[in-house]
Design a protein around this ligand. Structure first.
Ligand code: BTN
Length: 268
């Protein structure tokens, strides 16, 4: 992928590395961090042979069909707020996607962006060596089909609009919005500035959801099942400025849930 020099107008980007093929741009970002690469490095690949997602899942990364990018950052932020960067990135991606006619992106808290209820984007934020944050974003852009394992739950911009999209243009827009949101976030270290917009995009908003403690999600023959013991149905009241979700329980009590503790599914 060709990345124009205008990318350096953004304050967070100092350096760009483009790979025709790599294992994972997040993994490469860690290697480059260890080798002394400057924070503010953007890594982009045309394809990944080992694209990674949350909870040890893989991320399908076929050549020239998607955007596979990682931003290597070294934020001067408290460790406790770093996971909020995933939510900042999700908002940036949504704003960039919404510039494409016919697209209305929503967020499956905390790290997926959906179009028409199917996953078009995954975000994997990783912390490295105690000082680096790597924000990995994978966007299904011009995929005309998906592997059987995700067919039916994944979509692409091509499938949703009927038109091929320009990956470079979209990547620049994602970086532009991320730069803006990230700078705002770094000033306050909380998410108050985007709460209303985020809650408008939140797929779980005002819905009954199943809270599944992370340890109840068990891997079985390459797919994930819910251990039926111990999950709970609650009502989602929206995002809090600390990045947690506010939920109300059947007994009327209100509590917050953190992405580290639970995964969440819509209750059908
Ligand atoms: C998920 O779906 O759980 C997150 C997927 C994140 C995929 C992106 S693609 C670029 C970067 N490199 C990776 O290996 N993963 C992220």
């Amino acid at each position: 992928m060709y990345i124009p020099h205008t990318i350096f107008d953004l304050s967070i980007i100092n350096n760009v590395l483009v790979f025709e093929e790599t294992d994972s741009t997040n993994t490469q970002a860690k290697h480059f961090a260890d080798a002394g690469s400057v924070p503010g490095t953007l890594l982009v690949a045309d394809s990944q042979t080992g694209g990674r997602g949350r909870l040890g899942r893989s991320f399908s990364s076929p050549a020239n069909e998607g955007i596979y990018m990682s931003l290597l950052l070294k934020p001067e932020l408290e460790v406790s707020v770093l996971s909020r960067i995933t939510l900042v990135a999700a908002m940036a991606v949504c704003d960039a996607l919404d510039e494409i006619p016919g697209i209305n992106a929503s967020i499956k808290w905390p790290n997926d962006v959906l179009i028409n209820e199917k996953k078009a984007v995954g975000i994997l934020t990783e912390f490295h060596a105690g000082e680096f944050v790597i924000v990995g974003i994978g966007i299904n852009v011009n995929n005309s089909s998906f592997p059987d394992s995700i067919n039916g739950i994944a979509t692409s911009l091509l499938l949703e609009t009927g038109c091929e999209q320009d990956c470079t243009d979209l990547l620049l827009r994602v970086c532009y919005y991320f730069d803006r949101y990230y700078q705002q976030f770094c000033q306050t270290q909380d998410l108050s500035f985007l709460l209303d917009d985020y809650n408008r995009r939140l797929t779980l908003m005002n819905k009954d959801v199943i809270l599944i403690p992370t340890e109840q999600t068990v891997k079985y023959e390459n797919s994930y099942c819910i251990d039926p013991e111990g999950y709970e149905i609650v009502h989602c009241e929206g995002l809090m400025k600390d990045g947690s979700l506010l939920v109300s329980k059947a007994d009327g009590t209100i509590t917050t849930v953190d992405s580290g503790e639970v995964s969440i599914r819509l209750s059908k």
